[in-house]
Every structure is written in C-alpha cells, then in structure tokens.
Design a protein around this ligand. Structure first.
Ligand SMILES: NC(=O)c1ccc[n+]([C@@H]2O[C@H](COP(=O)([O-])OP(=O)(O)OC[C@H]3O[C@@H](n4cnc5c(N)ncnc54)[C@H](O)[C@@H]3O)[C@@H](O)[C@H]2O)c1
Length: 257
C-alpha cells in the first residue's frame, strides 16, 4: 500500500499505460481519478478498479482544452479534499517527415502532448501548493532522447515535455512538489497497434523490427511502465526530481554491432 491515502489524477487513463497505472495505483491504496476523452473505456477502467476493491472517479476532459483541464483538476481536488499525484500521461502520435506533416496535424500533436501537460499542471499545481506538496509525472518518451524515423512532430513534443519537466522541478522544489518524466521505449498498447496498422503494409514484420530496436528484443508491457510510475509517485522516490526515468529495454543505451 505504497500510495495509501493519496489522490491521483491520471490523464489518458482509459487505455494502455494510463489504464494499467490507474489499476496499479488503486491497488496500492490511492484514490484514482480517471481522466480521458473516451467515456466508454474510461467508465470501464473505473469499474475494473471498483471490482478489485479500489476507489475511482471518472472525469471526462480533453487535456488540450483549458476549461476542461481546470474543471478536471478542481473536480479531483474537491472529490476527497486533496490532489497528491498528477500523471500527465495522455498523448497522441502521428507519422511523417517534417515537410509532409500538415499544419493542423502538427498543431494537434503539440496541443495534446505539450499544451495538455501545461494546462493540467497549471490547474493542479495551486491545489498542491495549498496542501504543502505533491508529485507530478510527465509522459515523455525515448523519442526525446534519440531520433526515430518519421516521428518529427511526436519527437518534438516529447523533447518539450522533458525540458518542461526540468523547469517545473526547479520552480516547484520549494513547494515540495517533485516533477519527473518517464521515457519509455516501445510499449505494446493500442497506441502502437494503431501505429503499426496505419504505417506499414506488413504490420507483423514491422512489429518484429520494433522489438529488435530494444536490447531485450521485446516490447514493454503497460504494467512495466506503471511500475516505474508507481516508484516515482511513492515516497521511495523522495530524492528523485527533475529526472528523465528511462525504461526502454536498452533502446537508448546502444546497439549490437
Ligand atoms: N506505447 C508506447 O510505445 C509509448 C512509448 C513512449 C511514450 N508513450 C506515451 O505514453 C502515453 C500513453 O500512451 P499509450 O501507449 O498508453 O496510448 P493509448 O493510445 O493506449 O492511450 C492514450 C489515452 O489517452 C487518451 N487521450 C488522447 N487524447 C486525449 C486528450 N486530448 N485528452 C484526454 N485524453 C486523451 C486516449 O483516449 C487514450 O485513452 C502517451 O503520452 C504516449 O506518447 C507511449
């Protein structure tokens, strides 16, 4: 019960990494607010948490919309009187080299992945400051650390999130708010399934190539990223702030000759 008594707000908690983290945090004693734009899957996540004896709240919000972000942060803080953990996990991707990316697509990826982190933190932080501290985890990516083919817009957003994480860690240290970033390698989620289906004529062969990008020769499971988020959210990580937490099967460490 490493998160007993804490209230956690997780964006993008209706699927993949966010969903796995919501379940794990609830099993570790946190009350979890499931924030997403997917009402059906979000409600399902809440039911799954309730089925294992956890406590969860569904909040429909688009993180790129200021009014939604403010409403979500205030609703969660008002739910049990506090807001201890913000996991800025919601994110989208696109595929393409820079000169082929339509401007509206670039803007949308930026809006969800960067503006969404800014807005959710903007409206959550005052609650954390008022209660004397908190913890923020921002979802970056291995794409912030090395160039990936045809992922220009996505990589730009994840680099921005990593830089923002360090800036926030400095600004909020005196308020006892720790801010860290997760930098996962490829995790097998609906996000990656979509990417494989839409970007390759042979998704099976592409999946095998993706696996070989890691030294482990595997993709991560969402539960493995959730375990890293749990560590960062818990008191075990009291000395950890401003850190890029790399969990990538060795993808950025090197490659075999
Ligand atoms: N899967 C990977 O390989 C991988 C690797 C590194 C980083 N990431 C990052 O991890 C995060 C989660 O990825 P995933 O693989 O679990 O994806 P996913 O597609 O399975 O889940 C993302 C969730 O975010 C929600 N969402 C999308 N736009 C939203 C918005 N505007 N407001 C609120 N919710 C919104 C979706 O409805 C969905 O439930 C993303 O930020 C992604 O960039 C994923």
């Amino acid at each position: 019960m490493r998160l007993a008594g804490r209230v956690a707000l997780i964006t993008g908690a209706a699927s993949g990494i966010g969903q796995a983290t919501a379940l794990l945090f609830a099993q570790e004693g946190a009350r979890v607010a499931v924030v997403d734009i997917d009402e059906t899957a979000g409600q399902e996540t809440v039911r799954t948490i309730a089925a294992v004896g956890g406590e969860a709240l569904w909040v429909h919000a688009d993180v790129s919309v200021a009014e939604d972000a403010r409403r979500a942060a205030d609703a969660v803080a008002g739910w049990r009187g506090r807001l201890d953990i913000l996991f800025n996990n919601a994110g989208i991707s696109n595929v393409g080299v820079l000169h082929e990316i339509p401007e509206d697509e670039w803007d949308r990826v930026m809006a969800v992945n960067v503006r969404g982190v800014y807005l959710m933190a903007k409206y959550a932080v005052p609650h954390m400051i008022a209660q004397g501290g908190g913890c923020i985890i921002n979802m970056s990516s291995g794409a912030a650390l090395l160039g990936l083919e045809r992922r220009a817009a996505y990589s730009a957003t994840k680099g921005a999130v990593l830089a923002l994480t360090r800036a926030m860690a400095v600004d909020y240290a005196d308020h006892h708010i720790r801010v860290n970033a997760l930098c996962p390698g490829t995790v097998y989620t609906p996000f990656v399934e979509r990417y494989l289906r839409t970007s390759y004529t042979d998704p099976e062969a592409a999946l095998e190539r993706l696996k070989q990008r890691q030294l482990t020769g595997t993709l991560a499971r969402p539960e493995e990223i959730a375990a890293a988020a749990l560590y960062l959210a818990s008191d075990d990580a009291a000395f950890v702030t401003g850190a890029p937490f790399i969990i990538d099967g060795g993808m950025t460490a090197g490659r075999r000759a």
